[in-house]
Design a protein around this ligand. Sequence first.
Ligand SMILES: [Zn+2]
Length: 110
Amino acid sequence: MSADRLAEKVAHVKAAKQNRFHTCHWPGCEDQVPPAMWGCKGHWFAIPKRLRDRIWATYRRGQEITMTPSDEYLKAADDVQHWIREYLIARYSKVPLSKLDSVRLPRIGL
Ligand SMILES: [Zn+2]
């Protein structure tokens, strides 16, 4: 990560403004967050660090302006949505997350 170092990405995202309608990407959350941000603080920190790290690693500054996220970013974002679905199933069905492999949901687009 040399051309777009993490510290520069973090500074960019933290300085980002709410300049258009853009909601948190957690399903059902209607919180408005700057387009540079994945989601609201509570939901961002609800997802595992390994997935947050992938979002950071694949995020390119300004992709929210040019609307051209990389394939790697889209894959990471899709994997976050998949994790959330599994998390919600586990939470509301009382099935341990570690046991969900046998009931994986089919992947759907964002
Ligand atoms: Zn949220």
